[in-house]
Ligand binder design. Structure first.
Ligand code: NAD
Ligand code: UGA
Length: 458
């Protein structure tokens, strides 16, 4: 069959792979190709051992792959044949020079833009899929349109709102799709073309359009608001622990107000993931660069509370365990930054493991999907460190269990059996409030939840 459009995505990561798989699955008349400089990643996309773990992903990839969905390392030739190019390369925080630790590192983006110019022979729509600082499109257009081939590139912003672990259902049933463009004739025409892709499966009323700058800024603002909700409830969790209030009850009571809403009010050991911190730091940097220091300070506090929450968790462990964990075996249940993913980027478990190792504990990391990444994250961490798949083996002989990821698996373990295998007194620090605390206490554990009174036998 002759395809009606050639869509290319540059960047085959957590966003590029699943997003393009969904577009290919829903739009069989389009040819969708995903390219990456990482040959290993592309080989994995072409196999049944996909490079990322995401429920339901293999099924939709399998449905479209080698029919209208292709993964390749041949970037230039695919740029040349594409009508629409989504760019979904990484935009990490800068670790050097001006803006180090805050600003977005746009080197991968700029390199991609220059590759596009070099390999193109015809007009194209360039879609910003990565999360970018507001007004990036301006710089991008200058690079793209400074070509002497008489080619016009129209830049559209289409930020991605999927969350890891639920990427496929988020893509299938998004709350909204956001498409920002210039409000010129060419900009509006490009906007319509991108809207038409999503209209294959997303109801029209959920496809929101805006100007380019609003779309770019909305992505940063959405992540900042989500993270701010978590930091707000986490700040209240600290007060709950002092006052015998219960943070789950408080969250339920305030979340029932539809103006507040019940989602993202789960108190935790802290938020992780590749984007919340990065995008807030980026927002802070942009505000500072416009002289909006009060605004920058406000958003910085969301990160400060998150760090405080991680710090508090380790402090609570130390205090409860008689102010020393040296030589004590501590099982960390869950290393991924959230359940249903193997991703450990910015996972609170990294900080917790490192701090416990500094305190000379024997740290045993267990996780159903993230052990490979955990090994990389902790490769330079000094001290006694083990990686154990089986949570029963991880907990055997331990003084404490620290739950860092809300995997369903941990809710259904036989804690009587685990208790019997542990040193006494045995402790559980539930950094996700997922376990049955009363039942654990009944078994004999000393239980330390987040934002609730501890249950202690002494
Ligand atoms: P990722 O690191 O998983 O993937 C990025 C890919 O781009 C890598 O495989 C890398 O090799 C490739 N790449 C870099 N430079 C390239 C080049 N010049 N040519 C070809 N390929 C190149 O990143 P990700 O998690 O998919 O995130 C991508 C963007 O999407 C980021 O801006 C992020 O903020 C945003 N985002 C991520 C998520 C998420 O859940 N991970 C959700 C929404 C938005
Ligand atoms: C987040 C956003 O939810 C997505 O909309 C966005 O597209 C994405 O960032 C991005 O830009 O990368 P993600 O980080 O994958 O998605 O996962 P979330 O479900 O948002 O969880 C982030 C962190 O917050 C996790 O560590 C999670 O455990 C924690 N969290 C979440 C809480 O501690 N409490 C909550 O109530 C919710």
């Amino acid at each position: 069959m002759a395809f009606t459009k050639n869509i290319l995505c540059i960047g085959a990561g957590y966003v590029g792979g699943p997003t393009m798989a969904m577009i290919a699955h829903k739009c069989p008349e389009y040819k969708v190709t995903v390219v990456d400089i990482n040959a290993g990643r592309i080989a994995a996309w072409n196999s049944d051992a996909l490079p990322i773990f995401e429920p339901g992903l293999l099924e939709i990839v399998g449905h479209a792959r080698n029919k209208n969905l292709f993964f390749s390392t041949e970037i230039a030739s695919h740029i040349a044949e594409a009508d629409i190019i989504f760019v979904s390369v990484n935009t990490p925080t800068k670790t050097f020079g001006e803006g180090s630790g805050k600003a977005a590192d746009l080197q991968y983006w700029e390199k991609t833009a220059r590759e596009i110019v070099k390999a193109s022979q015809s007009d194209k729509i360039i879609v910003e899929k990565s999360t970018l600082p507001v007004r990036t499109a301006e710089a991008l257009e200058r690079i793209l349109n400074a070509n002497d081939k008489n080619i016009h590139f129209e830049v559209v912003s289409n930020p991605e709102f999927l969350a890891e672990g639920t990427a496929i259902s988020d893509l299938r049933h998004p709350d909204r799709v956001l498409i920002g463009s210039h409000e010129t004739k060419a900009g509006l025409a490009a906007r319509t073309i991108i809207c038409d892709i999503y209209a294959h499966w997303v109801p029209r009323e959920k496809i929101i359009t805006s100007n380019l700058w609003s779309a770019e800024l909305s992505k940063l603002a959405a992540n900042a608001f989500l993270a701010q909700k978590i930091s707000s409830i986490n700040s209240i969790s600290a007060l709950c622990e002092k006052t015998e209030a219960n943070v789950s009850e408080v969250a339920r009571a305030i979340g029932a107000d539809s103006r507040i809403g019940g989602k993202f009010l789960k108190a935790s050991v802290g938020f992780g993931g590749s984007c919340f911190k990065k995008d807030i730091m980026n927002l802070v940097y942009i505000c500072e660069s416009y002289g909006l220091h009060e605004v920058a300070k406000y958003w910085s506090s969301v990160i400060a509370i998150n760090e405080y929450q991680e710090h508090r968790f380790v402090k609570a462990m130390l205090t409860a365990m008689f102010n020393t964990v040296a030589t004590k075996r501590i099982a960390i249940f869950g290393f991924a930054f959230k359940a249903d993913t193997g991703d450990t980027r910015e996972s609170p478990a990294i900080y917790i493991a490192q701090r416990l190792l500094e305190e000379r504990a024997v740290v045993v990391v267990s996780d159903p999907q993230a052990l490979q990444n955990a090994r990389v994250d902790l490769k330079n961490a000094p001290g006694a460190l083990e990686f154990v798949d089986d949570p029963y083996r991880a907990a055997a002989g331990a003084h404490a269990i620290a739950v860092c990821t809300e995997w369903e698996l941990y809710k259904t373990l036989d804690y009587k059996k685990i208790f019997a295998s542990m040193e006494k007194p045995a402790f559980v620090f539930d950094g996700r409030n997922i376990l049955d605390h009363a039942a654990l206490f009944e078994i004999g554990f000393n239980v330390f939840p987040i934002g609730k009174g501890a249950l202690k036998h002494f």
